[in-house]
Design a binder for this molecule. Sequence first.
Ligand SMILES: [Zn+2]
Length: 288
Amino acid sequence: MGCAVCEDTGWKAIEQDGVRRMMRCDCWREEIVRRRLADARIPKRYQHCDLSNFVTYPNEMLVRAVAGVKKFIDAFPVVDKGLLLIGPPGIGKSHLAVSALKQAIVGSGARGLFYDVRELLKLIRSTYNPVVKTAEMEVLRPVLEADLLALDDLGAEKTSEWVEETLNLVVNTRYNERRPTIFTSNYEEKEQTGEGDSLLERVGYRIHSRLFEMCDFYDFDGCDYRSPNRPTNATGEDLLKLWQLQRMKKGHHVTLPPRARGSARAQLRDGDGKADLKWPGGRAGSQG
Ligand SMILES: [Zn+2]
């Protein structure tokens, strides 16, 4: 590599009050961050994700969620709770989860780990030994011990006794060890209708009640960022229009803020943490 400061020793000398001391060189820290980012298992399609390239628009629940993620990032590692991001597919939940994960790694050198829940279960299952009823700790240990874990798409795998027990082990261990976890889910918090599409029905009672103890909860609706109608380099205004269109297609009555402000960033500043939760746009999203 060739660090001009430390000549690749990882240590540099500094003079403080006439005393010469050795301390870690910046390149040493950068190397740790680089390695931890590489080890975080962030899928290629999300590797570019950052709060700085998450385009918002006048959508109060979305702006509230972004503010919540930002608050989490700013406070990390001193956080009591993780995050639970809920809403229909394509609205940016994984982008936000990865943003927080990356920032925790870059800002604090944290050991961060990203897993799609189904992939994690598949991996554990593949190493599961039915005779001794244990999964390889090689897979589980990093999941249990990561400083910050992002579990994407919770509830995607229909719950079974094994799924529930396995996820329960992960969730409970992290809860007991006070290690924060970020969850995303397409399944809303709603009354059980027997159709099995509420968060509670998808994850089971034990995990469900634990989630709310261990996470700040943000549910939001928004435009589908994966829509083929989304212009490249879409502005907040483009996304707002797209969202209106998508809501009309779904047959929702479109209610817009009295005066849609042009800059969502400005809204983030003055609306920080004081989002009006009664705004009809917030909870109306259906699973479509
Ligand atoms: Zn150096």
